[in-house]
Each structure stands twice: as C-alpha cells, then as structure tokens.
Design a binder for this molecule. Structure first.
Ligand SMILES: [Zn+2]
Length: 115
C-alpha cells in the first residue's frame, strides 16, 4: 500500500474518494483518525490533542472535493490497534483479488495482507 500524499489544493472526484484516501493515510501511518462528515465538507482529525487535520470541501456546483486545510504535523504516537482498519475497508480493498481467483487460499490472503 503506497502512502497517500495530502496537500492543500488536491482534488478528489467525490467525498467518498477523499474519505478512502484519508483512511489509507491513517492505516499506513498507524494513526487513529476520526472522519467528520457534513453536507459539503469532510474534516479528518487525529487523536485528542494532536494538531494534525485535513479538511476538504465540495467545489461549488461540482461533486469534486478539494483539500482546503492541511496541517501535517503529528504530536501523537503510532497506535498498534487502528480503528480505521475495518472489515468493510478490507473487503473493498481485496474483493477484486477474491473475484479474480476464487481458489484463493487464506494463506495467500494473509501474505497479501502483510505486503
Ligand atoms: Zn496525530
């Protein structure tokens, strides 16, 4: 999994794409992030007391979301148990592997997960 790079001005096709990238960032960097959705805005914050934040808002008259604020510094530490790593996330990430190879054994899946 590559480490998603975030920056002010970055565009996403929709709020779902933005949330997916934020979730990937949280997992890759070992942080527990909290996603707060509003009608045309999404704010992702880190654990209590950490200043890390990314905020994206919908571009007027489009579905596109754009990063408006990004504070990249963490004061928190990495976590061993990540609340962003959900079964839904894993299913979405690996469903193509299962559909392409129905004989996939759990051992192969575990190796894929570690890579
Ligand atoms: Zn943090």
């Amino acid at each position: 999994m590559s480490n998603p790079q975030l920056s002010v001005g970055l565009l996403f096709t929709c709020a779902i794409d933005f949330r997916d990238v934020a979730r990937k960032y949280a997992i890759k960097n070992g942080r527990n992030m909290f996603i707060k959705n509003e009608k045309d805005k999404v704010r992702v914050v880190c654990s209590v007391g950490c200043p890390w934040v990314v905020y994206a808002a919908q571009v007027r008259n489009e579905k596109t979301f754009q990063v408006r604020t990004y504070h990249a510094e963490h004061t928190c530490g990495r976590v061993s148990k990540n609340n962003n790593l959900t079964s839904r996330y894993l299913w979405k990430k690996y469903v193509d592997h299962f559909l392409n190879d129905p004989k996939l054994f759990i051992g192969v899946f575990m190796n894929t997960m570690r890579s």
